[in-house]
Design a protein around this ligand. Structure first.
Ligand code: CU
Length: 119
């Protein structure tokens, strides 16, 4: 009996070479809900600034299947939410204290942040 060698692994590694990009866009702040788009570039905007003491929420909408951002994870908040395509998913952000929160895709890519500044 001989073990069968496979070259599938190297092919898989080459396939995963696509990198997460960062792109910053100004966010529209209206009722405290800030729209975030999840597309092939990651989360747009990838940095959101909030003010402590003012209630805020992010509303995520995934617009493409060509992304690994099919869910969003806030590690510090223990929040993990599926992002169904073309569906707004609202996540309330605690603004009781100044801090920086990370959000990212389920694989820990598309690193993005919510910066909560003190008054
Ligand atoms: Cu990813």
């Amino acid at each position: 009996m001989k073990p069968v060698l496979s070259v599938a692994l190297s092919a898989a590694l080459a396939f995963s070479a696509a990198a997460c990009n960062k792109d910053a866009k100004p966010a529209a702040v209206s009722d405290g809900a800030i729209p975030i788009t999840a597309n092939e570039k990651g989360f747009l905007p990838s940095e959101v600034k909030l003010q402590a003491g003012i209630p805020a929420a992010l509303v995520f909408t995934r617009t493409t299947d060509s992304t690994c951002a099919t869910e969003v994870v806030f590690p510090e908040l223990n929040i993990k939410k599926e992002l169904p395509k073309d569906t707004a998913v609202r996540i309330d952000i605690p603004t009781d204290k100044a801090q920086t929160l990370t959000f990212q895709c389920g694989m820990g890519m598309y690193k993005s942040s919510v910066v909560i500044a003190s008054k």
